[in-house]
Design a protein around this ligand. Structure first.
Ligand SMILES: C[S@@+](CC[C@H](N)C(=O)[O-])C[C@H]1O[C@@H](n2cnc3c(N)ncnc32)[C@H](O)[C@@H]1O
Length: 268
């Protein structure tokens, strides 16, 4: 079956089949292909190649060569020391968290203002940075990668042993749709995700930001291109204009290869 062929590659095997089917349906419609070609044909191979390319762009490229067995790191968290050490190891498995690893404490010291609760959308492995956070009481993490969600729910159970009163839960959410319901929290992280879910314009990102039930929304973007060149204009003017238009208070700062915007909603 076409979907199975698409996800045959190691780095794409965890993809949710429903997302792949949706992407495939859109691709076939866009390219006016009414029938799936024979699987030996060049046309079939092109479909597989194009869809894989698309998923690597939004998903696969974020895996680094360090990808160890995250599940194994989680199951061997036997005490607080190994909880912290293994969390730190897991952060090496995605490019975003690997790059952020040396700066997490610095970044969080700018964002946290006492004990807080967090929604983390398109979270990837970012929740494994909990040990770098000042006091945290609730964490809601969402991504469209099912296997990461299972791992995160296991991880949150372990974290609650070391942080009395801490509650964490993770769910599969597709951010390209806006049908989900989020719990009310103090902060929301949208780290390196808005460019991924929207290629043209920013209407969807704006609707997503408006829907988020949190006082403070922190949006980050890479300041390097996929080919690792420093961007000439790393600021995202559109988000600055959007904040002005919606009356949000906005601050920004840069860490290595990443720019952060803090938006405070007026109604909170
Ligand atoms: C660049 S990574 C960023 C991960 C994390 N926010 C960080 O900065 O460390 C993008 C993440 O978004 C997730 N993602 C991509 N498209 C998504 C969608 N439509 N809905 C939910 N998550 C998505 C990917 O699975 C991946 O974990």
């Amino acid at each position: 079956m076409l979907v199975d062929d698409i996800i045959k590659k190691k780095e794409l095997k965890d993809l949710n089949k429903e997302f792949v089917s949706n992407e495939l349906r859109e691709y076939l419609k866009r390219n006016k292909i009414e029938e799936i070609p024979n699987e030996k044909s060049a046309k079939y191979k092109k479909i597989v190649k194009d869809i894989r390319k698309k998923f690597r762009e939004i998903y696969g490229v974020y895996k680094t060569r360090y990808s160890g067995d995250v599940a194994e790191f989680i199951s061997s968290m036997r005490d607080f020391k190994s909880f912290k050490e293994n969390s730190n190891e897991i952060l090496k498995a995605h490019t975003s968290t690997l790059e952020r690893r040396p700066y997490y404490e610095e970044i969080y010291s700018k964002l946290f203002d006492g004990e807080t609760s967090i929604i983390d959308l398109g979270c990837g492995l970012n929740p494994f940075s909990i040990p770098c956070m000042p006091r945290i009481k609730k964490y809601f993490a969402a991504d469209f990668n099912i296997s990461e969600i299972h791992l995160l729910n296991d991880y949150f159970k372990i974290a609650s042993k070391y942080y009395p009163g801490f509650e964490g839960f993770a769910e599969v959410i597709d951010l390209r749709k806006l049908e989900f319901k989020l719990p009310h929290m103090e902060m929301c992280f949208l780290f390196k995700i808005l460019d991924v879910i929207e290629k043209k314009g920013h209407k969807h990102a704006e609707r997503l930001i408006e829907k988020i039930p949190a006082n403070k929304i922190i949006v980050s973007f890479p300041t390097k291109t996929l080919s690792q060149k420093k961007m000439n204009y790393p600021r995202r003017k559109w988000i600055e204009l959007m904040a002005q238009r919606l009356g949000y208070k906005m601050e920004s700062f840069e860490a290595k290869n990443e720019i952060f915007y803090t938006l405070k909603k007026p109604e909170f």
